[in-house]
Design a protein around this ligand. Structure first.
Ligand code: ADP
Ligand code: MG
Length: 322
């Protein structure tokens, strides 16, 4: 174990010496700013997310999971824009220079960065309450980004993967429980702590989807953002919501549905597609299977039906900070 004492030792030991994936970084860590060369005819997609200890993750969370998730939530934003993630900066505030913590944090962070060939190109290192802020920068061919404001009446609404698993993971963690099956227990904890951003799905949707968002605060809240931005409404078939076999095993059906609709942290994508693109959509082999859950409507509210078409009372909203 190497001792690190000051900011510059931390930067050089943990961040500046990393393996680099990308040719398009002209100047990396070490100067006053880094220099990157985006492809011709592309737009930059830029987003930042902050994770605060005790707010976004429990104070006893595994540092490697913290590193993974801090980047995962940002990659998920790139996925939702249909952007190729390329570069990140890291503003790290730590209470002390703890080598064990830093090693584990970097192990999780760079495991995910390596999976998506994202280079760390700069940042800031300060002392204080544990706070991790990652800015991600990606690119998308000019005019092809997937935005929230273009859902059209008649679009089909889809989601990737399954909903509610991370919420079950959180419940298990908070209540200090374990699920009866070890593999189920591992699965829901992994869904919570190590979400896999749906970057490849976002890229595949570029020419196809009218709108997209990633589900960080729950389907109901996040689809609500698409509806508000697009000035439309939606009808969701609650019996069509994709649920994992692990979630289905839980006894209380209305609780399962509540988790799938309103709980956050799944980091799946929700997107809308006009009927003329649906054949093309269904011919794509998605890494995480997609499910059609409803339709965009003219009337600007979000309503729920069951498989028989009967109206269902709506559930309560997603997580809000304020
Ligand atoms: P400045 O004083 O010019 O802001 P700093 O001393 O903060 O520069 O940082 C020195 C170099 O190290 C810069 O290139 C900066 O981007 C990089 N850096 C600092 N902290 C981090 C970090 N946590 N991760 C990656 N790069 C970092
Ligand atoms: Mg600085």
């Amino acid at each position: 174990m190497t001792g690190v004492h000051n900011e510059f030792e931390i930067i050089s030991e943990y961040f500046a010496s990393r393996h680099h994936h990308r040719q398009d970084v002209t100047l990396g860590i070490g100067d006053d700013a880094s220099l990157c060369r985006p492809p011709d005819n592309s737009e930059l997609a830029i987003s930042v997310d902050t994770l605060i200890s005790g707010v976004h993750f429990p104070t006893d969370a595994e540092p490697s999971d913290i590193g993974w998730k801090a980047l995962a939530v940002n990659l998920s934003d790139m996925a939702a824009m249909g952007a190729t993630p390329a570069w990140m900066t890291l503003a790290l505030t730590i209470p002390k220079a703890d080598s064990n913590w830093l090693n584990a944090f970097c192990q999780g962070l760079f495991e995910l960065a390596d999976l998506f060939s994202v280079d760390l190109i700069g940042g800031d290192t300060t002392r204080g309450n544990l706070t991790i802020s990652i800015q991600i920068i990606g690119f998308v061919p000019f005019g092809q980004a997937l935005c929230r404001n273009n859902a059209q009446v008649g679009d089909s609404i889809y989601v990737t993967g399954t909903l509610g698993d991370a919420a079950l993971g959180l419940k298990v963690c908070l209540e200090n429980e374990t699920l009866p099956s070890v593999s189920d227990d591992n699965y829901v904890r992994r869904r919570l702590n190590r979400p896999t951003p749906r970057v490849s799905s976002g890229l595949a949707l570029r020419h196809i989807a009218n709108s997209a968002i990633d589900i960080s605060d729950g389907l109901q809240a996040d689809l609500g953002h698409i509806l508000a931005a697009s000035g439309v409404g939606a009808c969701i078939n609650i019996d069509a919501l994709p649920l994992s076999s692990t979630l289905r095993k839980q006894s209380n059906e209305s609780e399962i549905r509540q988790l799938a609709l309103t709980a956050g942290d799944d980091y799946e994508l929700c997107f809308t597609v006009s009927p003329e693109f649906e054949t093309e959509l269904l011919s794509i082999e998605f890494e995480h299977p997609i499910t059609r859950i409803g339709t965009i409507e003219r009337q600007t509210n979000l309503r729920y039906i069951n498989v028989e078409g009967q109206t269902i009372e709506s559930a309560q909203g997603g997580y809000r900070h304020f």
